[in-house]
Ligand binder design. Structure first.
Ligand code: GLU
Length: 304
């Protein structure tokens, strides 16, 4: 039996002792206010046993981690048609890069970088009656937790400074890969990114990716092939232009966000989330990456 609790406590201690904590995502002013000393980690295993250390119940802005959830909802609504509008290749570029969009005629490289997630947001805006309410209900339903909510200050803050996302959306529109108004799609996108959740809530939500598409109550949200595809995308595209490094160091599918959260998982075994708001140069949580490297090295549990 692996002593997950012991490993998490040791990881938390090491994180607290680390002097270099990275830098917050100050391009979204509201995120720059978060205390860099926060660190939390939570792990749920396939038997639904929970282990945690540090600030694992404190909520933070999940940012790009939401892209996995919006993709899941789009796939559950229109299935494989999603892939007509977005590709499944790693970009090797930062999350907000625009040059590939020009080179590849408005088809974003994958749904986990900003332009790809904006196309997915457009699909949801077209498909849903009340997009923001319906998406929130979808996430709450998976997690079985009605306290999950948008952080409206973060959404507003990002709207004021989201110049690159406006550029990406306009470029997509010029290539005919955005059906709704730029403002409407981005309003939805900024809200989905502002979802506020704790490490514990993230692992409850992402449990379905270790459990063949079934949530903790065993309700089916995704088919097995859909889960296979989403997990593959998390492995190859989940960490901006550092996805190779994350696979190399940690060896798990996962997704990070500029709020400092990371969620990672080993199908059939466990799902883990970390939060430390300081980012490295590539925009991934500095201590979160170190923590997950320790977890998989010490437990010898990774997909490899
Ligand atoms: N809302 C952020 C943006 O669009 C998400 C970035 C991220 O977490 O990678 O810039």
């Amino acid at each position: 039996m692996i002593d997950f609790q012991g490993v998490l406590v040791a990881i938390n201690e090491a994180a607290n002792n680390e002097k270099e904590k990275g830098k917050s995502a100050d391009y979204i002013p509201e995120l720059a206010k978060v205390d860099l000393n926060n660190f939390g980690i939570h792990l749920i295993d396939i038997q639904q046993k929970n282990f945690s250390a540090g600030n694992s119940d404190e909520r933070f802005s999940i940012q790009s981690i939401s892209k996995v959830l919006s993709l899941s909802m789009a796939l559950s609504l229109i299935g494989e048609n999603v892939w007509e509008r977005v590709d499944v290749e790693p970009s090797g570029d930062p999350f907000n890069h625009l040059s590939l969009l020009e080179l590849e005629n408005g088809i974003p490289r994958n749904p986990l970088i900003n332009p790809g997630a904006i196309v997915i947001a457009d699909i949801l805006v077209s498909q849903l009656k009340n997009p923001k309410e319906d998406f929130l209900a979808f996430v709450r339903n998976i997690a079985n937790d009605d306290t999950i909510a948008y952080d409206l200050d973060v959404a507003k803050s990002e709207k004021r400074t989201g110049f690159r996302n406006f550029a990406a959306a306009n470029l997509l529109k010029s290539y005919g890969n955005l059906n709704n108004d730029v403002d409407v799609v981005l309003d939805f996108y900024f809200h989905q990114c502002s979802l506020s959740m704790s490490c514990a809530q993230l692992t409850s939500t992402f449990f379905l990716f270790i459990n063949h598409g079934k949530c903790k109550r065993n309700n089916i949200f995704l088919t097995k092939p859909q889960v296979k595809r989403i997990n593959a995308l998390m492995l190859t595209c989940g960490f901006y232009d550092e996805s190779g490094e994350f696979a190399f160091e940690v060896g798990l599918p996962g997704k990070s966000g500029v709020g400092g959260g990371i969620v990672a998982l080993l199908p059939n075994k466990f799902c883990v989330a970390t939060w430390s708001p300081g980012l490295n140069k590539k925009g991934n949580s500095k201590l979160g990456m170190l923590a997950l490297e320790k977890l998989t090295t010490e437990t010898e549990l990774s997909i490899f």
